[in-house]
Design a binder for this molecule. Structure first.
Ligand code: PLP
Length: 462
């Protein structure tokens, strides 16, 4: 006999996904004239907007016959997608196996196990191609487990489609389309690409703004088409060190860079001054929206998506000891920022236009005694660097070709930071990158090498 569903109830938890509120920020965005609205995706049943993704990925796999009764969902995930998949799997009787790197917090592992999932921990310090890596392990488990389905959020079109079918239309219905800008962090790109595609179809002039942490490769790739060296950062869930196929960067109107410290400060402010209990990527998205708003000529309605809850970050972002030991509390900045180094090193910014020849580059570098030369495109934006070693290799391989354009020599061995980036972070960037370009609002402000930092720090200790 079919049971009658009581009025006011939903039949299962997956029907409680979505319908999250949109709230106007009252205090933390007072510095801008635009109205900033936040969509509280942390109120979803498993705690993030990834619940929508999990539901769509599982529904899509069922429709395609890739997942059926008694099946096992396998994912190489560390966070929200895992929780979403585990929650939906619990409602439908599927098993879940999650493969995670060993650096993940105990709380995250415990949360997935609480949903009945199996968690396999793999070493972080191995190459992705190594059979022990978590990518390889996930693939092996899929091959060896009967009825296994690899949900693969970085390359599964059902991820952005979830936002195209769910988040986007829900926002449109809630707001009647009365917003001008949609701003969100960029991880797999599911949120931005899925919502973005929906909004642009509804109203082509809606602006899409992506927020990217310093250290991720999206920002530089969008601005210059170059895949520069990624480096590590603390904010979780956003930024990548490769390009997932779920990200459609063509839709983007602007990308804003943020750093860990400002993201965490805003995450704490949101809880203390607005009562909004979101995680670090939510703080990042609000910082990005405020920065974007500061560059606007007239006030706009900006809608920001807050992906997950502060609950998962209590032992980090909301823990003073952790914040202090990583130099994220306001009073910890004894070393200063990139702006301080630039001020200490008054130098004229030497660049070459994209139209320059190899000979021009050699002349400029010799004249100014520099070993790295940023190259600017027709619009005055930087598009890479030419280094001494590139010139040397070129001259050895191309005898007498001094009149050739230098475009072929431009390389990507650099990292970009803002004037507000902390010196502590720049020090760690130099473990991976040869040179650091300082960029603000698309304008190149300076070039830093290790000796500039050494010189600055030494002068402060003298
Ligand atoms: C906390 C958090 N914020 C932001 C994102 C980024 O969203 P998307 O993957 O849709 O780009 C993720 C994705 O994993 C996340 O877990």
């Amino acid at each position: 006999m079919e049971r009658q569903l009581m009025r006011g109830a939903v039949a299962d938890l997956t029907q409680a996904i979505g319908h999250t509120p949109i709230v106007r920020l009252q205090r933390v965005a007072e510095s801008v004239e635009s109205n900033i609205y936040v969509k509280l995706e942390y109120l979803n049943p498993a705690g993030s907007m990834k619940d929508r993704v999990a539901l769509n990925i599982i529904g899509d796999a069922e429709k395609r016959g890739m997942l059926g009764p008694g099946g096992t969902i396998v994912e190489a995930t560390s966070g929200n997608t895992g929780a979403g998949l585990a929650m939906v799997a619990a409602t439908r009787g599927y098993k879940c196996i999650f493969v995670m790197p060993d650096k993940m917090s105990k709380e995250k592992v415990d949360a997935l196990r609480a949903y009945g999932a199996k968690v396999v921990i793999c070493p972080t310090a191995v190459e992705p191609s190594d059979p022990r890596s978590y990518y390889s392990t996930a693939r092996r488990i899929v091959e060896e487990t009967p009825g296994a389905f690899y949900s693969n959020q970085y390359h599964n079109p059902a991820n952005p489609e979830a936002h195209y079918l769910s988040t986007g239309p829900e926002i449109w219905e809630q707001t009647g389309g009365e917003f001008d800008v949609f701003c969100s962090g960029m991880g797999t790109g599911g949120t931005l690409s899925g919502c973005g595609r929906y909004f642009k179809q509804k109203r082509a002039d809606i602006k899409l703004v992506g927020v990217d942490p310093i250290g991720s490769l999206y920002y530089e790739y969008v601005k210059t088409g170059r895949l520069t060296k990624p480096f590590s950062y603390y904010v979780e869930g956003i930024g990548e060190d490769f390009l997932p196929s779920t990200m459609n960067l063509d839709l983007l109107d602007e990308v804003i860079q943020v750093d860990d410290k400002e993201c965490f400060a805003m995450t704490r402010e949101l809880a203390r001054r607005e009562g909004i209990f979101t995680g670090g990527s939510g703080g990042a998205a609000v910082v990005g929206a405020i920065k974007y708003a500061k560059g606007l000529r007239e006030p706009k309605n900006i809608l920001v998506l807050l992906p997950d809850s502060a609950q998962k970050y209590l032992s980090k972002i909301f823990n003073d000891e952790w914040m202090r030991s990583n130099g994220f509390l306001a009073d910890d900045d004894t070393e200063g920022t990139v702006a301080h180094v630039l001020k200490h090193k008054p130098h004229r910014l030497i660049t070459a236009p994209i139209t320059a020849t190899v000979r021009d580059a050699i002349t400029i570098m010799k004249e100014h005694g520099i070993s790295q030369l940023p190259v600017l495109d027709e619009n005055g934006r930087h598009c890479g660097i030419v280094a001494e070693i590139d010139l040397l290799n070129y001259l050895v391989q191309h005898e007498g070709a001094l009149g050739e354009s230098l475009t072929e020599l431009i390389e990507s061995d650099y990292a970009t930071v803002t004037p507000y980036t902390r010196i502590q972070l720049v020090r760690s960037i130099f473990n991976d990158a040869k040179v650091v370009l300082v960029v603000e609002a698309d304008r190149l402000l300076g070039v830093l090498t290790k000796i500039d930092i050494i010189d600055y720090l030494a002068s402060h200790r003298a």
